[in-house]
Design a protein around this ligand. Structure first.
Ligand code: CA
Length: 231
């Protein structure tokens, strides 16, 4: 099994190196970058499993990098927030970060969070397994992990696909955030349930690229999400 890859994004070069050394010593394959723009370029080629992302960066800050990463990647994101401000932590989670560490922190603490991320189980195929699901304009080829709206293919991340599949597996129901988390991230998941909202928002945006896809996912107030019954 290949080593998990960690991208460390931190402009304080010395801190980045120390954290990198801890991670390498623990068996991870590590890449260090020192600004946000480079982080996005490297994420595309290095394909990290986990990104350790500092908020305070030159150029694009960590929040912008997090938002951009989430459009294309399911990697785990651990943000380093310099302030105790609750606002920063909530902002990080709202943008799709999986966890955060408040600086100053020890490299050992960062290593512990990275390891904790990788212990989170992911379920490959949630719900009952059918080879394909068709709901209104939506066609989900479960085996090929391919989604089409009126014949137009969508490029979804693994998490977005799993969310859509979980919703489609029970089309008449509204699923709560915890049900979606169980289906997509697995029963051992811990963390802020609003991570679901971030991925649903990205999924909706991609579905909305086709007129028939807009409005396919409905918000059920006080409960969670469901698929619009298009029949
Ligand atoms: Ca920094």
């Amino acid at each position: 099994m290949s080593a998990a890859r960690v991208l460390v994004v931190e402009d304080e070069v010395r801190l980045a190196q120390i954290v990198g050394r801890y991670l390498e010593h623990d068996g991870f394959t590590v890449r260090l970058v020192h600004d946000g723009a480079q982080a996005l370029m490297d994420a595309a080629t290095f394909r990290p499993d986990v990104v350790v992302l500092d908020v305070m960066l030159p150029g694009a800050d960590g929040f912008e990098v997090c938002r951009a990463l989430r459009q294309t990647s399911d990697c785990y994101i651990v943000m380093l927030t310099a302030r105790e401000a609750e606002r920063d932590k909530l902002a990080a989670l709202a943008l799709g970060a999986d966890d955060y560490v408040v600086k100053p922190c020890s490299p050992r603490e960062i290593l512990a969070r990275v390891r904790a991320m990788l212990r989170r189980p992911r379920i490959e195929t949630p719900g009952p397994v059918w080879p394909a699901v068709a709901i209104g304009p939506l066609w989900i080829d479960v085996e090929a992990r391919r989604v089409e709206v009126n014949g137009q293919a969508l490029d979804l991340t693994r998490t977005e696909f799993d969310l859509l599949h979980a919703l489609a597996a029970r089309p008449a129901a509204a699923l709560t955030r915890s049900e979606l988390i169980r289906a997509v991230w697995g029963p051992g998941w811990f963390g802020d349930e609003h991570v679901v909202d971030v991925h649903v928002a990205n999924l909706r945006r991609k579905l909305s690229a086709t007129p028939a896809g807009a409005g396919l996912i409905r918000t059920v107030r006080g409960i969670g999400y469901g698929l619009e019954d298009a029949s």
